[in-house]
Design a protein around this ligand. Structure first.
Ligand code: SF4
Length: 249
């Protein structure tokens, strides 16, 4: 596996960085106050999510932190969970798929069903991600994500606060951050991160559905690379641009 330090490659201080950090913290603080005890941060332990974890812990915002353990994550991703708990003194809530559903899906469609059709790939995401996400969000008024406008065309209009398809408030504190901002924050605050980022995987999901990208490839080119760009969401953050209902941050 070819590696190069993501911090060396990407971290760069650009104009307005301090303002973007302060704004992200303010968005988080405001959301924590508005939805005290009923707000959750759904982390995938990607670079953006590590920044958000650090901000939540640094400002002691009392926002629950939870993750989806799909049963298909890389060992490097799984190893971050105890590391985060130890570093920040927090307990991460872990939501796993229903075992019987996974067994039934694999028996019916095979271990590599995600490559056979978009419908089967989405069905796999349904069993391993969407159903556990519904449990993760049950009883919460608001959730936080690490979406950034720069990540892909389908995310180019991400607002700081929006209403999701279920009527829940979704907060995207890093909406205006660049990839250089994310890594500058990680570098300057010594934030732990997934070593797969050093192996040219900017966007990390389940192991069968993530590959390294080549120079010049799009940020999310390594996710579901056998599908069209427009299909490349697992359902967690699906929203057509003209369906977004933004709220003022
Ligand atoms: S990302 Fe791939 S392995 Fe993970 S749930 Fe979706 S289809 Fe299944």
């Amino acid at each position: 596996m070819t590696t190069a330090s993501a911090k060396v490659l990407y971290a760069r201080r650009t104009a307005g960085f301090d303002d973007r950090v302060a704004h992200a913290a303010a968005v988080l603080q405001s959301a924590a106050l508005d939805h005290a005890g009923r707000i959750v941060f759904a982390t995938s332990f990607g670079a953006e999510d590590m920044v958000l974890t650090d901000l939540i812990a640094r400002h002691q915002l009392g926002i629950a932190i939870a993750t989806l353990e799909t049963g298909q994550l890389h060992a490097e991703t799984l190893a971050l969970l105890p590391q985060v708990e130890q570093r920040y003194g927090i307990a991460v809530e872990v939501f796993r798929p229903v075992q019987d559903s996974v067994i039934h899906f694999v028996r019916s469609h095979g271990e590599r069903a995600m490559y056979d059709s978009i419908a089967l790939r989405k069905a796999c995401c349904g069993v391993r991600k969407m159903e556990p996400l519904a449990r993760l969000l049950a009883g919460r008024e608001a959730w936080i994500s690490g979406l950034r406008r720069e990540q892909s065309n389908t995310r180019a209009v991400v607002p700081f606060r929006e209403v999701d398809g279920e009527g829940r408030i979704k907060v995207n504190p890093l909406a205006d951050w660049s990839w250089a901002d994310v890594w500058h924050y990680i570098e300057t605050h010594d934030v732990p991160y997934n070593p797969l980022h050093d192996a040219f995987m900017p966007s990390i999901g389940c192991a069968p559905c993530t590959r390294a990208i080549a120079v010049g490839e799009d940020f999310r080119a390594g996710r579901w690379w056998w599908e069209d760009e427009a299909q490349k969401e697992c359902g967690l953050h699906v929203r057509k641009a003209d369906e977004r209902v933004a709220e003022p941050a």
